[in-house]
Design a protein around this ligand. Structure first.
Ligand code: AMP
Length: 276
């Protein structure tokens, strides 16, 4: 695997290679099998697979969260080698941003919903960095996880609005055997938190199995109560929404997703399930 830390180096290399199909997997590192499943999927459909590892400061609204974000770069490189990734792009903050860079994209009201309500400015940071990364890598296919469902929809909207020539591929959520969605943040869970964290996936499955389009409000309320009943779990939201607009679902909605975020001990977790 080739590793590059500056935009010009990776661009030069990709230009020289002239691959017909480039698959791209942007990450913040601390790689787990969820990330690796994206690499595997990219490898199957592209001539060259590029992974980026960049802990993007502009998408963190909590400086403590940014500071404690895990950065095990050597272990990550070994996992990417094993997965057969061709190129790692691992820039520093000064390679990606000028001092005091002050701009953002506004892709519309979707970025204010759900995560946007609880993490103001988060998606402006996401679109800013993904825009820059797409401009550098110029991939044919962009692989992102359903785990961050809203992020996928927001990046898709940016790609559509700015007419960026890339094909978006949503990859399924990889879970631990007991149902917890894999996440780089899971390493912060204490053994007790780890046990309590199961309430997210269990509640999502319960809602999926008991879904009734006439009782969406009631289901949301019951889901919040189920999660809040577990020690050290503080649910932030549980919403059943239109899978395309992320606005509240109703009896006529064609594609429906349930999304949740909760604090488990000191760790904030998100998860979701496709209902129909
Ligand atoms: P992150 O490093 O958390 O920014 O994630 C990088 C990419 O991996 C994003 O597209 C995520 O949606 C995806 N991802 C994270 N966790 C999982 C998972 N458990 N299963 C599948 N994809 C995931």
């Amino acid at each position: 695997m080739k590793t590059f830390t500056t935009r010009s180096q990776i661009r030069q290399y990709l230009n020289a290679q002239g691959a017909a199909k480039v698959g791209f997997v942007p990450t913040m590192g601390a790689l787990h099998n969820g990330h690796i499943s994206l690499i595997t999927q990219a490898k199957q459909a592209n001539d060259v697979t590029v992974c980026s590892i960049f802990v993007n400061p502009t998408q963190f609204n909590d400086p403590k969260d940014l500071e404690k974000y895990p950065r095990p770069i050597e272990a990550d490189k070994a996992k990417l080698e094993l997965a057969g990734c061709d190129i790692l792009f691992n820039p520093g903050v000064s390679d990606m941003y000028d001092d005091n860079e002050q701009w953002h994209l506004d892709i519309g009201p979707m970025e204010q919903l759900l995560e946007g309500e609880f993490r103001p400015g988060h998606y402006q940071g996401v679109t800013q960095v993904v825009f820059k990364l797409l401009d550098i890598v110029k991939p044919t296919n962009l692989y992102m996880g359903q785990k961050d469902y809203q992020q996928f929809m927001i990046v898709s909207r940016m790609v559509e609005l700015l007419n960026i020539p890339v094909n978006m591929v949503m990859c399924p959520i990889e879970r631990e055997t007991d149902g917890l969605a894999m996440s780089s943040r899971n390493i912060h869970l204490t053994p007790a938190d780890r046990e309590h964290s199961l309430v997210l996936s269990k509640t999502l499955n319960w809602v999926k199995n008991n879904f009734d389009a006439n009782n969406i409000e009631v289901l949301q309320q019951q889901a919040m109560e189920k999660m809040a009943s577990i020690n050290d779990v503080v649910p932030e939201y549980f919403r059943i929404v239109d899978g395309k607009t992320l606005l509240p679902a109703n009896t006529n909605t064609q594609s429906i997703v349930a999304l949740t975020a909760a604090r488990v001990g000191k760790t904030r977790l998100i998860d979701n399930v496709l209902i129909k």
